[in-house]
Ligand binder design. Structure first.
Ligand code: BTN
Length: 320
C-alpha cells in the first residue's frame, strides 16, 4: 500500500491539525484527507481524531536521519559509512539485494516496509516510524560455506549494541531471536547471493521492536525497547549503535569466522540447558539444548546421543 507521505510530514509534529487545514496544505478535499487518514490508521499508525480539533499523530515522529545517526559515531567511521534512509520500501533486504555492486558496509534503513520479511517465509510486521528496520551488505570472497554461524555472530553484535543503549539482560534464542524474558525483541534475516564456492554477498537484515503500538499482527510473545527501559527510545541512536557494532564485528567474522564469537554466544545463549523440541520437515526431536558447535549448529543431547541441527531446516521451542 502506498503511504500518503505529505500528510505524514504535516502530522509528524504530534499536534492537532484540522481536516480543513490539512486539505488546504495538500490541495485536496477534507473527504480526501479523511481517506488518507484511514489509510494511515490501517497501517497501524496511531492517529487520534477529535471533533472540532482535528487529527493528531500520537507521539509525533522522530524521523530517522543520516546526519543524526552519524552524529553518534566517531567522525572517522561516520565519514566512511555509506547509507540510505528510505521513507518506505518493500523490504530493506530486498532493496540491498538489488544493489550488490555497493561496497561492504553499505546500509539501508526504512521508516516503513510494505513487505517486511521474517525467517522461514514469515512476514515481519513493519509499521511506520516506530521501529528500526535496517540491512547491511557484506561481501565474502570465499563462498557461502564460510558464512556458517554468521547469523549467530550478528545476533551477538546486536545484543552488545543494545546493551550499550542501556537495554540489558537480553539473550539469544538459537539461531538468532533476540529475546527479553522469553519475549521477542528483535530478529535477524540474512539473504545470500552469489557463488556457493566463490565470492558471495550477504544482506544482513535486522528488525528491532522499538515502540510498537498496534500488535495484533504479531503471532508470538513480543516486547519493545520502550517497555523495557520505560521511556521513549531514540531510534537514531539505536540504529547508530547497531551499525557500529556490525562494522566492528563483520571484518572479524570475515577473517576468523564464528570461532571468534563462540564465547560471547555462550554468555547470551538462552536455550542452554533447557529442554527443547526441534521441529524438522518430517519429525520433531526432543532433548536438552547443549550450546552450538563451531559452525553455529544447535546441539541437542538426548541421553547418550548428541544431535546437531542447521538453522533454516528446523524451528525450536522450549519443551516445558
Ligand atoms: C525474524 O523472523 O526473526 C527475522 C526478522 C528480520 C526483519 C528484518 S527488518 C529489516 C530486514 N528487512 C526485511 O524484510 N527483513 C529484515
Amino acid at each position: 500500500m502506498k503511504l500518503p507521505l505529505a500528510l505524514l510530514e504535516l502530522l509528524s509534529d504530534g499536534d492537532y491539525h484540522s481536516g480543513q487545514q490539512l486539505g488546504e496544505h495538500l490541495r485536496i478535499t477534507r473527504g480526501a484527507v479523511w481517506k488518507q487518514i484511514q489509510t494511515l490508521m490501517s497501517l497501524g499508525i496511531d492517529i487520534h481524531r477529535v471533533p472540532k480539533r482535528g487529527y493528531r499523530l500520537c507521539g509525533g515522529i522522530d524521523w530517522l536521519n543520516v546526519a543524526a545517526i552519524k552524529s553518534f559515531m566517531a567522525k572517522s567511521l561516520a565519514d566512511k559509512l555509506q547509507m540510505e534512509v528510505l521513507k518506505e520500501v518493500d523490504s530493506t533486504n530486498h532493496y540491498l539485494l538489488q544493489r550488490l555492486n555497493q561496497p561492504s558496509g553499505y546500509a539501508c534503513l526504512a521508516e516503513y516496509q510494505s513487505a517486511g520479511r521474517g525467517r522461514q517465509g514469515r512476514r515481519w510486521y513493519s509499521p511506520f516510524g516506530s521501529n528500526v528496520y535496517l540491512s547491511m551488505l557484506w561481501h565474502f570472497p570465499d563462498g557461502a560455506a564460510t558464512l556458517s554461524g554468521l547469523s549467530l555472530a550478528v545476533g551477538v553484535s546486536v545484543v552488545e549494541a543494545l546493551a550499550q543503549y542501556g537495554v540489558s539482560q537480553l539473550g539469544l534464542k538459537w539461531p538468532n531471536d533476540i529475546v527479553y524474558q522469553q519475549q521477542k525483541l528483535a530478529g535477524i534475516l540474512i539473504d545470500i547471493a552469489g557463488d556457493a564456492a566463490g565470492p558471495c554477498h550477504a544482506v544482513i537484515g535486522i528488525g528491532i521492536n522499538v515502540a510498537l503500538s498496534h500488535t495484533d499482527n504479531i503471532d508470538q510473545a513480543w516486547v519493545d525497547i520502550q517497555r523495557i527501559i520505560g521511556q521513549k527510545p531514540d531510534r537514531n541512536a539505536i540504529a547508530s549503535l547497531v551499525l557500529q557494532s556490525l562494522l566492528k564485528a563483520l571484518p572479524i567474522f570475515e577473517s576468523k569466522g564464528f570461532t571468534a564469537f563462540q564465547d560471547k554466544w555462550r554468555a547470551v545463549d538462552r536455550l542452554y540447558g533447557q529442554p527443547v523440541a526441534v521441529k524438522g520437515a518430517t519429525q520433531t526431536e526432543v532433548g536438552i539444548a547443549a550450546g552450538v558447535d563451531l559452525q553455529g549448529r544447535l546441539l541437542v543431547r538426548n541421553g547418550e546421543q548428541l544431535h546437531c541441527f542447521n538453522h533454516g531446516e528446523v524451528s525450536v521451542r522450549l519443551n516445558t
